[in-house]
Structures are given as structure tokens and as C-alpha cells.
Design a protein around this ligand. Structure first.
Ligand code: RFL
Ligand code: PHB
Length: 394
């Protein structure tokens, strides 16, 4: 027997995108069900993003889930780019008047889970064989198994917030979906360490030996990355090897005062740019990593997911409040316009800041010339700054 549950919006994926969409809709009195193939502990434990745009912070504040973010988030009014040891500060305050906020994705997710549970949200964790169905009809549904029990959620709309590996995008027929992709020939090896950050602000460094990033989670916890081979495994990188490489790439000036220590998390992420069009198929909407991926260099992935669900929640709210489907009908087009601009920025910053194995000496000189131009041109720095703090929502 299939157990059936009814809701207005069935959300596949309980990452930050799905959780925030559920919260925004719930605040408007719209009922949702959240389905995830993993459990809450696993989702909360995924170490990923660390930098929130002001628009993301405001969205979390408006959604009523920002008490801890307001207390613990670290506002940064600048960050640095370094090139073979030379340093250039992008002054976000002077160039845009806006900060970014350092607050981990793990914490955003915990805050959202805690509020959703407090408000009695229905979750299905550890769901298997999740399958969106009847997407072109006015009564779509999502079927899945929990502990061998078959379930079906019937709804008005399905929101595919199930990340890059999810099922939602794959349920759009191949002759409808167009995808665009660039895979970069390297990865990022990231560590967490309970030592104060080497610098008060983030430092993105390009060095002849590869990229390095000094980031943080708090005043006592650092998050550091180095560019590594696409086939490397975390086990290839002892802590000693990491620290030696990280210090060289940051350069003697920026690495002064670096406090090393035992890492307690070490993982590798591959870099990819990816966009799927359209982001709507019948009554299925894609949002976040389900529809697009950016390399992490611009710190944009989570912020893009938040921007998508803000626009989607506005569209769905308008539908339920007034019956006006204008925002629903223009969702894909509206969101993709911004997505492509953010893809461009993330690709450009990645291209500037990494060592590409296939680069000729000419391309290396082009990178250096671009860095030197940034150092001497306020207009060039402003372009980076306004993208880094976040482009406006349409
Ligand atoms: P998520 O977080 O991947 O969540 C998707 C959820 O869907 C579930 N799922 C399924 N559920 C049901 N059925 C299926 N078939 C399913 N398949 C998957 C998964 O279990 C999961 O819970 O997507 P969402 O919500 O769109 O959020 C996107 C962000 O997680 C991602 O863009 C960011 O983490 C990217 N990112 C960064 N973004 C920033 O804005 N700022 C940063 O500083 C930043 N740094 C990063 C990053 C990503 C990184 N990695 C590891 C890729 C740094 C790194 C290293
Ligand atoms: C992080 O702190 O994990 C982080 C910060 C900035 C990025 C990417 C990741 O661009």
C-alpha cells in the first residue's frame, strides 16, 4: 500500500536552498513537505560555504532565522588578492559600501533546521528512489521509499532543490533541457584547523605552485585551501605537506604569523561551471545547485541558491495570494539572467587566480597583467567588489 501525503509545494532536497524555501513559504502560510535522501546529521555536517552576501544575510533575517547569524557572523569590509607574494586589497566598504559576512553553511543549515522543526515542518529523511511524477499535470507528485515503505506526496508544485547529483534536473526530458559545462583540471583541498586565522580578512593567492585561500569560520577557527590535482585524494596530503605548500603559496608577507596545527577536517572539491536551462518544466522548478554550479573561487554557490529560492518563493506566494502567475511564468528567465552573470564572475576570478596546467607563458603573463591592472585601477577593483558583495536581485 502506498501511503499518500498532500501538500502545496513538495521540496526535494533539504540543503540550504530547500530549507530556506520551506521557511519563506511557511512564513506566507503555504504548506510544504521536505524530502531528502540523507539525514539531518549528515546534511548539517557538510563543510562547504563560508561567505554570505549582504542579500543572503537580509533574506535570512527577513525569514526570521538570523538571531545567531547576527550575533556570531563576522562582517568583512574587504579581502585580498595576492600574486606571487604581491598583495592588493579590495576595499568593499570604499568601493560598494557593503560587507560580506563570514558564517558557515553548516551554521546556516542548523539554524534553518531548528526553526523548521520548531514550527512542525514535515520532513522525510533517508528517502530512496525519489521520483518526481506527472510534472506536466496540475497534480504532480513525488514518490519514494522509506525503510521499504512506499510513499507519495501529491502537490501543486515540485521544487527541485536536490543539488548537482539530484534527481529533479534528470527528470526533465533531454530534448527540453540544455546544459553548459566547464570542468577545471584541478581541485581544492580544504582543511579546518582550530587556530586563529592568519589574516583578519580572506586572502586569495595565485602562486607559481598553485592557488591558495586563507579563510575562516570564527576568530579561533581557520578554513584554508590549496589547489590540488583533480585526481588527488585527501590521504595524499599529510598536514605537513599542506602547511608547507600553503605557506609558500601565500607568500612570506601574508603568511607571517601563520599558526599551524592538526587539521580536523580535510576534503577535496572538484571545480566546475555548469548551467541547465530552462529552470522550469511544467510544475517543476529547479533552484540552487540542482540547476547550476560555480567554482568556489567567488564564494557564490550558496548565495545563488538563496537568490533562486527568494525569487521562487515570491512567485509561488503571488500565485497562492492573488492567482497571478506572472512571476511563475518568468521564473526561469529571471533567475537565469542573474545566474549567467554570477557564472561569468566565478569563471573569471577562477581563471585569474589558478595555475592551469595547459597555460602557455603568454597566458601566465596575461594573468599577471590583469592583477597589475587591478592594483592600479579603481574601476577594475570596483568590478570585482560589486560582484563579490552580490549583484542585485532583478
Ligand atoms: P545542496 O547543499 O547540495 O543540497 C541538496 C540536498 O539534496 C539532497 N539530495 C536528494 N534528496 C532527495 N532525492 C535525491 N535524489 C537527492 N539528491 C540529493 C542532498 O542530500 C542535499 O541535502 O544544494 P543547495 O541547497 O542548492 O545549496 C548549494 C550549496 O550547498 C553550494 O552551492 C555551496 O556549498 C557552494 N560553495 C560556496 N557557496 C557560497 O555561496 N560561498 C562559499 O564560500 C562557498 N564555498 C562551496 C564552497 C562549495 C564547496 N564544495 C565542497 C563544493 C566551498 C566548497 C569547498
Ligand atoms: C570558505 O570559507 O569555505 C570559502 C571562502 C571563500 C571562498 C570559498 C570558500 O571563495
Amino acid at each position: 500500500m502506498v501511503k499518500t501525503v498532500k501538500t502545496s509545494v513538495c521540496i526535494i532536497g533539504s540543503g540550504p536552498g530547500g530549507l530556506l524555501l520551506s521557511q519563506l513559504l511557511s512564513n506566507e502560510g503555504i504548506d510544504t513537505v521536505l524530502i531528502d535522501r540523507r539525514d539531518q546529521v549528515h546534511i548539517e555536517g557538510r563543510i562547504r560555504a563560508g561567505v554570505l552576501e549582504q542579500g543572503t544575510v537580509e533574506a535570512l533575517q527577513e525569514a526570521g532565522v538570523a538571531d545567531r547569524l547576527n550575533r556570531e557572523g563576522l562582517q568583512h569590509y574587504g579581502f585580498e588578492l595576492a600574486f606571487d607574494g604581491d598583495r592588493h586589497r579590495i576595499d568593499l566598504r570604499a568601493l560598494t559600501g557593503k560587507p560580506v559576512t563570514v558564517y558557515g553553511q553548516t551554521e546556516v543549515t542548523k539554524d534553518l533546521f531548528s526553526r523548521r522543526h520548531a514550527q512542525g515542518q514535515q520532513f522525510f529523511f533517508n528517502a530512496q528512489n525519489v521520483q518526481p511524477e506527472n510534472l506536466l499535470s496540475t497534480k504532480p507528485s513525488v514518490s519514494f521509499l522509506i525503510d521499504g515503505q512506499a510513499l507519495r506526496v501529491t502537490c501543486d508544485y515540485v521544487a527541485g532543490c536536490d543539488g548537482f547529483q539530484g534527481v529533479s534536473r534528470r527528470s526533465i526530458p533531454a530534448d527540453v533541457l540544455k546544459t553548459f559545462e566547464r570542468v577545471y583540471p584541478f581541485g581544492w583541498l580544504g582543511i579546518l584547523v582550530d587556530r586563529p586565522p592568519v589574516s583578519e580578512e580572506l586572502i586569495y593567492a595565485n602562486h607559481a605552485r598553485g592557488f591558495a585561500l586563507a579563510s575562516m569560520r570564527s576568530e579561533t577557527r581557520s578554513r584554508y585551501y590549496v589547489q590540488c590535482g583533480a585526481d588527488d585524494r585527501p590521504g595524499d596530503w599529510s598536514d605537513d605537506r599542506f602547511w608547507e605548500e600553503f605557506e609558500i603559496r601565500l607568500g612570506p608577507d601574508a603568511a607571517r604569523g601563520l599558526q599551524t596545527g592538526p587539521s580536523f577536517e580535510k576534503s577535496i572539491a572538484l571545480l566546475r561551471s555548469f548551467v541547465a536551462e530552462p529552470m522550469r518544466y511544467g510544475n517543476l522548478f529547479l533552484a540552487g545547485d540542482a540547476a547550476h554550479i560555480v567554482p568556489p573561487t567567488g564564494a557564490k554557490g550558496l548565495n545563488l541558491a538563496v537568490a533562486d529560492v527568494r525569487i521562487l518563493s515570491r512567485a509561488l506566494t503571488e500565485h497562492y495570494r492573488t492567482g497571478n502567475d506572472h512571476w511563475i511564468d518568468t521564473y526561469s528567465e529571471t533567475v537565469l539572467k542573474r545566474v549567467w552573470k554570477v557564472e561569468r564572475f566565478s569563471w573569471q576570478l577562477s581563471t585569474l587566480m589558478h595555475q592551469f596546467p595547459q597555460n602557455s607563458e603568454f597566458e601566465k603573463r596575461m594573468q599577471r597583467a590583469e592583477f597589475d591592472y587591478l592594483c592600479s585601477s579603481e574601476a577594475a577593483s570596483r568590478t570585482i567588489a560589486e560582484n563579490y558583495v552580490g549583484l542585485p536581485l532583478e
